[in-house]
Design a protein around this ligand. Sequence first.
Ligand code: B12
Length: 215
Amino acid sequence: MIGKETLEEAKQAIINYDKEKAVQLTEKVISDGVDPLEIMNNGFIPGINEVGDLFGRGVLFLPELVQCADVMKTVTDIINNALPSQENAEEKGSMVIATVKGDVHDIGKCIVVALLQANGYTVYDLGRDVDTDRIIEEAVKVEADIIGTSALLTTTMTRQKELEEALKSIGLRDKFKTIVGGAPVTGRWAAKIGADAYAEDAQDAVLKVKELLAS
Ligand code: B12
């Protein structure tokens, strides 16, 4: 268990874009042998969410948002690298994942990728700002079981619908399961566009992927 004070320090380190502090806290948690997802979920993510609120309310501006995101990205990379790898695990299933076209937000997607990999799934991460056609091409190429898409903007969520429609129009909808995520995305949106699943965070994504592969 990480103390409340440390979690608050982690949150503030993101809000104040204090990279040195954020890295120091992360490394301490890892060297203490504590699950680093705890500081991520209960310290850094609340911090970046608050940054989003402050930005949305016009209290904080883009240059600061960029710096906060940079600190968030740095600690995400350290934590992702510290998650146990399951390289020799038996093949559980594979997934192609991308942040949709027009959207460069990828911090959350990278956490999802790392946690799925740590749980033994094969994940092909196509990155961010990825065209719908390319997502489908890659999924066909690697014979993925699941296609996952991340969207953080209300304006780019429509790309998740575009993917469903594109799969249908080329007769490939039954070949893949689809899962959607990202802060503005909801279970209702998933149902509306005909996606097979929605997950609200990385832990939920691992559960939903397991369910999708069993169905
Ligand atoms: C960091 C950030 C940025 C960074 C992104 C850096 C990066 N490499 O990702 C930068 C500075 C680049 C950025 C840019 C912009 N941003 Co921005 N950004 C954010 C912020 C503060 C945090 C996002 C984040 O990383 N959250 C932390 C992660 C861990 O959470 P998450 O992404 O939701 O992911 C979790 C779940 O959603 C889920 N999940 C995510 N993906 C997937 C995928 C699958 C398949 C599954 C199953 C699950 C899943 O699991 C994840 C882990 O738990 C949000 C505010 C917010 N609260 O979302 C605004 C926000 C998304 N941004 C916003 C805006 C407006 C912009 C800009 C347009 C600003 C501008 N004027 O230029 C640009 C857009 C650029 C573009 N074309 O994409 C708005 C969007 C508003 C809207 N209605 O659409 C927000 C909401 C801020 C606000 N309140 O106004 N941004």
